[in-house]
Design a protein around this ligand. Structure first.
Ligand code: MN
Length: 159
């Protein structure tokens, strides 16, 4: 392989059908049993010593959801596919393709796909980041005081 071809291989990874990319492994979202989640995959698109951030693509199948968590690091998200809802702090938002979502540090957050559509999003994070915290029973009870948040956490169909 010529030098130019090597460079090209390292620098360009073509999009493939179905929201995957050449030479990018589609991995489990997290280690099974580490935290609650459902029907979600992870692809790391950009990551390396020359960057202080990483760009990942997460995709959940219909009815899939990410972990309800918080951490000191922030997330910058762009919805790339489908529609769903996200909880940020104590508010539930309806999100769809190309919406931008900012999740500040130490803010509870969770994403859920709709009942009939996948939800895929790009998520930028610091390369060095703290471990996510999970809510305790007391925090979960506090969330459930708001009917909209309670319905979201139950995975009830939302508008
Ligand atoms: Mn997170």
């Amino acid at each position: 392989m010529s030098r130019m071809e090597l460079d090209r291989d390292a620098n360009i990874r073509q999009a493939q059908p179905d929201f995957t990319w050449q030479s990018v492994e589609r991995m489990p979202y997290k280690e099974e049993g580490a935290a609650p989640f459902h029907a979600i995959s992870r692809q790391v698109l950009f990551c390396g010593p020359e960057l202080e951030c990483e760009l990942r693509y997460f995709e959940m199948a219909p009815k899939g959801y990410s972990t309800l968590e918080r951490h000191e690091h922030a997330h910058a998200v762009m919805i790339l596919r489908g529609a769903g809802h996200c909880l940020i702090g104590n508010r539930v938002y309806s999100v769809r393709q190309h919406d931008l979502i900012r999740i500040p540090g130490l803010t509870w957050h969770q994403f859920r796909a709709t009942q009939d559509m996948p939800l895929g999003f790009l998520c930028m994070v610091n390369a060095e980041r703290d471990k996510p915290q999970l809510p305790g029973a007391e925090e979960l009870a506090e969330f459930s005081v708001d009917p909209a948040v309670a319905a979201f956490l139950r995975g009830a169909p939302l508008e």
